[in-house]
Design a binder for this molecule. Structure first.
Ligand code: ADP
Length: 367
């Protein structure tokens, strides 16, 4: 969900006369009472017929989750038909699906991904649609599966990476075993053993990283001092700071409502990256927090190699790495994004003034 959408306030649509006709005055009230509070989008579309054929649909009822979720202004039902609001639906499987429900009364279930204007609103995400006939129209229940589809895609990517990264050590082990079998009296060469140690460490890191990622959506929320969390991270990173001759400047940080372990992971990844992706100069990392309108905005800024704008979104995906010369798994920022989003926040990166990167993330106010 985009940030602009979070600020959109749902206003109920006007009375739906057709709903009253289908359900009766009291039935329509009951229907609204039942579905207004439903946590997922529910909408009713009424068939528009031409010579008996369904050619389009008019908007009937839309519950607040629908209206709010897609930022649909209250005047939409008067201004648009379904095909006017979403022209690319014309001739689509989804449109035929609705028509079929209307004509045959058979419920229809499908999955659709949107990233498109919808009348004056905007639809974004992957949704399971369940549609059933209601009067001469359809009632549609949407279930947001965006996060789980993303997770599944990332798991597939994980399987690919793990298969790829583990095939080299497996080949190495197979070779070593062969050598040992051929020369039972000779000890294995130290460099082969060292290689095996390095690759098994790398395998462990990959597995730990993915487990971290898998658990990063589970939160135990409490009031947490971001200052204490950052101090602990600074203590952990002291060797890297000393080795790089770097400085870490920490501003006044607030109390936030968060899971302390997960928040520490976010700070550890961001500050750790700021030291890792350093430029020519000794790294200088600054952590500050600003009070936004509805939330805290935390910034971790560095003077390192920076990130091009075109890669700014990509790096938060699982296994995404731009700088191959530096060791890494490409999991850290994916974990950060998942943790921050699980807290109801957002994370993004911008070029920092004077070079380097500024990572920002938001967290809700405490209390
Ligand atoms: P890793 O650090 O293990 O490679 P991350 O998910 O933490 O994985 O980061 C993904 C990629 O984003 C890095 O490989 C690097 O290319 C880029 N990146 C992350 N942080 C920074 C930074 N502070 N400055 C420049 N590039 C960065």
């Amino acid at each position: 969900m985009s940030d602009a959408r979070a600020e959109f306030v749902a206003e109920p649509w006007g009375e739906d006369r057709q709903l009253v006709e289908v359900l009766g005055e009291r039935g329509a009230d009951g229907f609204r009472a039942l579905l207004d509070g439903f946590p997922e989008p529910v909408g009713v579309l009424w068939a528009i017929r031409d010579s008996g054929e369904v050619v389009d649909f008019a908007f009937g009822y839309g519950n607040p989750a629908m209206v709010n979720g897609f930022r649909i202004p209250p005047e939409t039902p008067n201004r648009y038909t379904l095909l006017e609001a979403l022209p690319r639906m014309r001739g689509s499987r989804a449109f035929d699906g609705y028509v079929d429900v209307c004509e045959r009364g058979e419920p229809w279930v499908s999955e659709v991904t949107y990233d498109t204007p919808f009348g004056d609103g905007y639809m974004l995400g992957t949704f399971l649609h369940r549609a059933a006939r209601l009067g001469d129209g359809v009632i549609v229940f949407l279930h947001d599966v965006t996060a789980s589809r993303r997770m599944e895609a990332e798991l597939v990517a994980y399987a690919d990476v793990v298969a790829h990264d583990l095939s080299a050590p497996l080949a190495g082990i197979a070779l070593l075993v062969k050598v040992l079998e051929l020369r039972p009296d000779e000890p294995p060469a130290p460099d082969v053993l060292q290689e095996l140690r390095a690759t098994s460490d790398r395998a462990r890191e990959l597995v730990d990283g993915v487990l971290d990622y898998a658990r990063s959506g589970e939160l135990v929320l409490e009031s947490v001092s971001l200052q204490d969390v950052t101090d602990a991270v600074a203590a952990d990173l002291r060797p890297q700071l000393a080795e790089s001759g770097g400085t870490l400047v920490v501003g006044d940080l607030p109390e936030v409502r968060a899971d302390p372990r997960q928040l520490r992971r976010v700070m550890q990844n961001l500050v750790g990256n700021a030291l890792k992706f350093r430029g020519e100069d000794p790294p200088r990392v600054e952590v500050v927090a600003e009070r936004g309108r509805d939330e805290w905005v935390v910034t971790v800024q560095d003077n390192g190699i920076g990130i091009d704008r075109e890669n700014a979104r990509r790096i938060f995906a699982m296994f995404s790495r731009l700088e191959r010369r530096v060791e890494g798994s490409g999991i850290g920022l994916a974990v950060c994004r998942r943790v921050v989003e699980a807290h109801g926040g957002r994370i993004w990166v911008e070029p920092a003034e004077g070079g380097g990167s500024a990572f920002h993330f938001t967290l809700p106010f405490d209390g």
